[in-house]
Design a protein around this ligand. Structure first.
Ligand SMILES: Cc1cc2nc3c(=O)[nH]c(=O)nc-3n(C[C@H](O)[C@H](O)[C@H](O)COP(=O)(O)O)c2cc1C
Length: 298
């Protein structure tokens, strides 16, 4: 399938301007490698490695397998500060090409990363945080729109992405409900330079989600997704049928256990009809993208 690009994807050296977004507990080093081989940017939260030692060995493994870019995510305000410090230092040591920050001030990470020519993206659900991230010097701002998997925003992408684009000078990355090539094309029409996709990659063969979770994503539509703060205290989208009747918010370790049994996914489940390898998913998206442009006569 022929490649396509944007200024930001060319800067990162990607074949396609697509990111497999970090997903708590279920993105793995195997996914990152499969993404690198398929020509997109695969990312995982640093804490998906159970310890900093495990993260170090994941980084060594990835560095030994590929020269292509991959990304590590830090959920700053939700992480143990000591662990965060060690994990950031490890990412500097291994010159992880892309760092993705959320839930906190990215300034110290941006400063350190830019001394080594590493790229930092920051994820936001409103303009206030986007402006702070821009002032911190991040290289891309991820606009997490309504309907996204995980901790989603509340603004529709048709409004949020052009709004961020008009208000900021930093390149914009679109997140939320992008599951196929038509939606990738739409994200670029709205002004984004990368399509940031989580839910689509839950139903990837290489994803560490259980078979039941993957099948549930395939079988569900947007009607089966609920936006609630009753799982962790922060609003996020979940597959409705995995939420127990009696739920009250939890934090820390307890919250992590709940994310194992209560499955998060976005409204983009509607467009997902099969579990496929990452290579096949990327191939499908690229074909759908080119078909869309052809249909539009572009
Ligand atoms: C199961 C799951 C876990 C997630 N965990 C994280 C996380 O640990 N850190 C983070 O920054 N975003 C997390 N996200 C959000 C994704 O990185 C991304 O913003 C989102 O999935 C994009 O929307 P989409 O799912 O509609 O494609 C998670 C999303 C899902 C579905």
């Amino acid at each position: 399938m022929s490649s396509f690009s944007t200024p930001l994807s060319r800067r990162l050296g990607l074949r396609y301007p697509i990111v497999a977004a970090p997903m708590f507990l279920i993105s793995s080093k195997e996914m990152l490698l499969a993404c690198a081989e398929a020509g997109i940017l695969g990312c995982m939260p640093s804490i998906n490695a159970r310890t900093s030692e495990a993260l170090k060995s994941d980084l060594q493994w990835l560095r030994s397998k590929t020269e292509k870019p991959f990304g590590i995510n830090f959920t700053i305000g939700l992480s143990d500060p000591e662990r965060l410090k060690i994990d950031v230092a490890l990412c500097m040591e291994y010159k992880v090409p892309v760092l993705i920050t959320s839930y906190g001030d990215p300034t110290p990470i941006v400063k350190a990363a830019h001394t080594q020519d590493m790229t930092v993206f920051h994820d936001v659900i409103n303009l206030r945080h986007a402006k702070k991230a821009e002032a911190a010097g991040v290289d891309g701002i991820i606009g997490v729109s309504q309907g996204a998997g995980g901790h989603a925003g509340q603004v529709n992408p048709y409004v949020f992405i052009p709004y961020l684009k008009a208000q900021l000078k930093t390149p914009i990355i679109a997140a939320g409900c992008i599951s196929g090539g038509e939606q990738v094309a739409a994200a670029f029409c709205l002004g984004a330079e990368l399509a940031y996709m989580g839910t689509r990659f839950i139903a990837a063969t290489e994803c560490a989600a259980s078979d039941g979770y993957k099948q549930c994503v395939v079988d569900s539509s947007h009607d089966d997704v609920v936006y609630t703060n009753q799982v962790s205290g922060i609003h996020a989208n979940f597959l409705k049928k995995t939420i127990p009747d009696e739920t009250s918010p939890t934090r820390g370790e307890e919250s992590a256990k709940r994310w194992k049994d209560i499955w998060s996914a976005g409204q983009g489940v509607t467009q997902i009809t099969a579990v496929k390898s990452i290579e096949q998913i990327v191939d499908d998206i690229a074909r759908e993208y080119h078909d869309t442009l052809k249909r539009l006569g572009i």
